[in-house]
Design a protein around this ligand. Structure first.
Ligand SMILES: CCCCCc1ccc(-c2ccc(S(=O)(=O)CCO)cc2)cc1/C=C\c1ccccn1
Length: 240
């Protein structure tokens, strides 16, 4: 795997996500259910630092008819970002550090009365093999804020910081019916999605405004993005 200036940081952050995100800590009462819609459940923890809302967010979802590779690929692919993202004014891919690591600069739609935010983050995609060799690999995308010469912080824009992971497992129903996995019909696929996001809005924003944005936008984003992947893949051969 080609190494680059961010390889060490990426390895550290990705391993942290793989170690902590899939722990089923929902029965402890640290998570508060923010929204539920069918298989999708969105939780938050209330966390503030110097009066700034940092509420960690964790969501789980189960989507029929797609693979984890497909979900992660569409989440990572710069070419389709504006097709499913509804909260951005713009998204620019600044640099490709390798074939699995890109750097983005994104401008978020302004949320009155807060100042407009932008983000600059590396986005890394990889497969993670499972203990049971019969299982399909998991797939993960991590979006983690970084700096870049082509994304200077320019007032009045405020730089927000994000640490986000999308982790997907693929389950094949009636697995023993198929010798060749690429012939599995889509109705026998279930993708288990875990999405975690920790955002620092980067400067003061009214706590009630931020919490209202989180409550409204995260469930909408997860519903819209997963529907987008189902629509894009329904007529395509499955990507394992
Ligand atoms: C006052 C409003 C400040 C906005 C703060 C904010 C900044 C960034 C981000 C954010 C959201 C999703 C990602 S991602 O999943 O990696 C996809 C990348 O295209 C990265 C960052 C969120 C939010 C705040 C809320 C919010 C929640 C879901 C959608 C939009 N805004």
């Amino acid at each position: 795997v080609p190494r680059h200036r961010l390889s060490d940081e990426i390895e550290k952050i990705v391993q942290e996500h793989l170690k902590f995100d899939l722990v089923d800590d929902f029965n402890s009462n640290i998570w508060e259910l923010l929204a539920a819609d069918g298989e999708m459940k969105v939780y938050r923890r209330e966390l503030e630092e110097n009066g700034i809302v940092l509420d960690p967010l964790k969501a789980v979802h189960s989507v029929k008819g797609v693979t984890g590779h497909e979900v992660c690929k569409y989440f990572w692919d710069p070419a389709v970002r504006m097709e499913w993202e509804g909260t951005l004014d713009s998204s620019r891919m600044l640099e490709a550090l390798s074939d699995d690591t890109l750097i983005f600069n994104q401008v978020h739609k302004r949320v009155w009365p807060a100042a407009q935010r932008d983000t600059c983050f590396w986005s890394h995609i990889r497969s993670v093999s499972k203990e049971n060799k019969n299982d399909l690999d998991d797939w993960i995308v991590v979006n983690y804020s970084t700096t870049h010469d082509s994304a200077p912080i320019k007032e009045p824009m405020i730089r927000a910081w994000a640490n986000v992971a999308l982790i997907c497992s693929t389950i094949i129903l009636n697995r023993d019916k198929y010798a060749d996995l690429s012939s599995v019909p889509r109705e026998n696929l279930v993708c288990k999605i875990t999405y975690v996001a920790q955002v620092n809005p980067g400067g003061w924003a009214p706590a009630n405004v931020l919490r209202a944005v989180y409550k409204r936008e995260y469930p909408k984003f997860l519903k819209r993005f997963t529907q987008y992947v189902m629509d894009k893949t329904k007529k395509l051969p499955i990507l394992l």
